[in-house]
Design a protein. Sequence first.
Length: 433
Amino acid sequence: RRMSDVILLGQTLSFAGDPFAAPWSEVTRHRERGGVLIRDGRIAAVDEGDILRQANPGAELRDYGRALISAGFVDAHMHYPQSSIIGSWGKRLIDWLNGYTFPEEMRLADPDYAAETAGRTLDLALAHGTTSLCSFCTIHPHSVDLFFEAARQRGMRVVAGKTCMDRNAPDGLRDTVQCAQDDTAALIARWHRKGRALYAITPRFSPTSTPDQLEALGALWAANPDCLMQTHLAEQTDEVAWVRALFPDARDYLDTYERFGLLGERGLYGHAIHLEPREIDRLAETGAAVVHCPTSNTFIGSGLFDMAGLKGRGLSVGLATDTGGGSSFSMLRTMAAAYEIGQLRGTPMHAAQLMWLATEGSARALHLGGTIGHLGPGAEADLVVLDLASTPAIAQRTDRATDLWEALFPTIMMGDDRAVRDVWIAGKRVEMT
Ligand code: GUN
Ligand code: ZN
């Protein structure tokens, strides 16, 4: 018994496996009156609330009643520099990048603005129940320092990297082969596995890097194989055609990464909608992860991600907002969009699968399975507590629910930051600003 122990009481939801690989009911554990014991920043136990209370009489109690305690949400692909342009009207990918994104990313040349944007983004993420995220930064190295620093101040586990671009981007937003390599190497040395930070080598996507830059970043990844690598893949058909024109020798889009050493198990490929059979085969063989960004894919008009097909092939799949191409900071709204895209493809997902994707699935994509996104012993105590009756519209529906799934699904479909009752980071309750 230790004085610093805390027990959270409420409904609890945990996963013992992947609900796409086994029937969801076999790998899902729900307790009506559960408890989570937090000790030294980690989850020490998840059990019946009464059992934890009897075994730990000195622990501080937090009773959340009928609210649902879950692992915090993990957003596996987003762009913190784009927070301020979320919800910008009327463009598709290439025009959206040139018209909205690049001008905004240029503003982060000002370190004060970059710091303010990083802090604001992390506070918005926390308010929406997102406890970890994997973010692109801008080409400016200080955009990475300031983001990791803002995450450190909040105690959050984040993954991030300097976005590298040495062509097809405006003046002021391009680096060079040498400078991308040198800046990235210095940032890895400064941040990778310092506290809760992890570094992801970050070529934006193959249209904005020369073959030489891709090769240099591939070599850097080979020299730092513990780093993650994040980029974009096959988001829109126009983009795929552009990649074909820029890389006439490549077999397909994925090959523009593969041939330069940028395909590997710790690689994260955002969107992955318009894939060729060979690309799916190679992603499956290498154990690389793809990241589904459903609100972005409908908002920018990219297409319908094949969750059933790719999970069926055994691919690792994360879920993400893709802020600010995505239209919401909320992983609840993101789950809803993923559900709707599944419906349009004739393969709707169960609420258990959606919750798993937003927590365990994204954590596994980041190779942090069991560390974050997991409500079980040994995991870092990053939690979200969801009010399942957060608005009158949701409450009047939930009133007649007969099991957890009926009680939870309206919040997945209709919930937002109002459903987030509390957030815990590394065992400490977050004071919302
Ligand atoms: N492809 C290359 N850059 C980006 C970006 O910033 N957002 C999205 N959605 N796709 C991209
Ligand atoms: Zn993106």
